[in-house]
Design a protein around this ligand. Structure first.
Ligand SMILES: *Cc1c(COP(=O)(O)O)cnc(C)c1O
Length: 479
């Protein structure tokens, strides 16, 4: 018999496991003193790593030691209290422990039969979460709809498009492909780039995406322009199939009017997909639900607990009103996956709800977050982000070198220096280079703007004030 590899003994596993958790806790405690954006140059991390894997086993302690030596200097610290770039990718202690448990269980939940708990916990957690967000009953799993955890909003949007194509083609697309039917997809100029990517992946091509203008003041979709575009395309023999609604755009947090878009879409039997990747979770607070008005008319909806809502990446919650369109587009049953539960029709097999077959037990981390924070705790988290964004907006308004570009949207504030694009970008870059804080930029109506996306779980008012002082200093520095 060949030598057996030396697995960690249960005792070693406990010891190293405790050390790994200690490492995470120490890492968090050290963040305040680290530069938020990594200062590594290309190749700096690679240079510290050997060219080949070790032949001889090393202790796990050696891996932990290299986290500090090799990895940390090459990290941009997304859990840093002064990380304000892009949108947050919040972790939380509860989510991490949930994720760890999921890894320990190591179940592959492709079918109900491959671990009933993986499917049923996910269904219940998504029903809970739909209710907590005030989403329509039609999205609950006890009717024709239901929810599923996808890896990302990009995958959810791609999946929505596949379901829309299935419905519009009466199943033709799954048999014959998209062909040259002239499928058209609509989104505003502010729609997330994952919409164009979805059209590319579905074989429609990027030219199939028709971009609709926005109101310059709000950056929300011009719904009259949408109606005109759909009518024009239909008259030209093209096939409008899906409208993407931005419920919180990435650039400025702009909110398209879901009800108005849905009314237009209904005239042409066009699928309405609401992309609330960032802003959707705010709806745990009844007072932060206005942007979802009209969602009961949507065919599908996605929001990412892995952004603002304390659930370690990846966790993107996606619901459909009619799961038959989804499974119609994606179900496939090779002989080796045949089983009695599937044949009975009494169970959901989540492998029919997304592109891939295999799936992790991601529901555990969301379950842990919902239970250990409670909806009250989650509301408090969202409210503190909105309040801190208010504080940023007040600071902007109080310094006449700066101006708001759009009204603050939930926890996102977009502003610029009145002195112009160059000054705006230089001030932001100076703050980022200093390591004090990390901000990102966008352009609005062709002009540069700074985005401050609050909502990290570790951010305090003092962090906002410290970041603002750094920006003010950068704005006064001679260009
Ligand atoms: C972040 C974001 C996405 C993409 O999210 P992933 O989960 O990383 O794919 C899509 N849409 C909007 C509006 C976003 O803010």
């Amino acid at each position: 018999m060949p030598d057996q590899p030396a697995h960690m003994s249960p005792e070693e596993f406990r010891r190293h496991g405790h050390a790994a958790i200690d490492w995470i806790a120490d890492y968090w405690a050290s963040l305040d003193d680290l530069p938020v954006r990594s200062q590594a140059a290309p190749g700096d991390v690679r240079r510290l790593l050997p060219a080949s894997a070790p032949e001889q086993a090393e202790p796990f302690d050696a891996v932990l030691a290299d986290l500090d030596r090799v990895v940390v200097p090459g990290l941009t610290h997304w859990q840093h209290p002064r990380f304000f770039a892009y949108f947050p990718a919040n972790s939380s202690p509860a989510a991490i422990l949930g994720d760890l448990v999921s890894s320990g269980i190591g179940a592959q939940g492709m079918l109900w039969a491959t671990s009933p708990a993986v499917t049923e916990v996910e269904q219940v957690v998504l029903d809970w979460f739909a209710e907590a967000l005030g989403l329509p009953d039609a999205f609950h799993s006890d009717g024709p709809g239901g929810g599923v955890i996808q890896d990302t909003a990009s995958t959810a949007t791609f999946t929505a498009l596949l379901a829309a194509l299935h419905r519009a083609s009466g199943g033709g697309v799954r048999r014959h492909g998209v062909g040259d039917a002239g499928w058209r997809v609509y989104g505003s100029t502010q729609a997330h780039s994952s919409l164009v990517k979805a059209a590319m992946m579905a074989g429609l091509g990027e030219d199939a995406v028709r971009t609709i203008d926005v109101d310059p003041a709000t950056q929300a979709m011009d719904v009259d322009a949408l109606r005109a575009a759909i009518v024009e395309d239909a008259a030209a023999g093209l096939r409008p199939v899906l409208v993407h609604v931005a419920a919180g755009s990435t650039s400025t947090g702009a909110m398209d009017d879901i009800a108005a878009v849905a009314a237009v879409a209904r005239e042409g039997d066009v699928w309405v997909h609401v992309d609330a990747a960032w802003a959707g979770v705010a709806a745990v607070c009844p007072e932060h639900r206005a942007h979802l008005a009209g969602v009961e008319a949507a065919d599908s909806f996605v929001t990412n607990p892995h952004k603002w809502l304390l659930t370690t990446f990846d966790c993107s919650t996606f619901w459909v009103r009619d799961r038959a369109a989804l499974t119609g587009a994606l179900s496939i049953l090779p002989e080796y996956l045949r089983n009695a539960a599937t044949e009975s029709g009494d169970v959901v097999d989540y492998r029919d709800w997304h592109p891939q077959l295999g799936r992790r037990f991601r529901a555990v981390k969301l379950w842990a977050v919902l239970r250990t924070y409670g909806l009250e705790g989650l509301r408090a988290h969202v409210r503190s982000g909105v309040e801190l964004a208010r504080r940023v907006a007040d600071l902007v308004a109080a310094d006449d070198r700066f101006e708001l570009v759009t009204e603050p949207s939930l926890s996102l504030v977009v502003f610029r220096l009145r002195a112009g694009d160059e000054a705006t970008m230089a001030a932001m870059e100076a703050v980022n280079a200093s390591g004090e804080a990390y901000l990102s930029h966008t352009t609005v109506e062709g002009r540069a703007a700074i985005r401050v996306a609050v909502g990290s779980w570790r951010t305090t008012p003092a962090d906002v004030d410290r970041t603002w002082r750094a920006l003010q200093e950068a704005a006064s520095a001679p260009g």
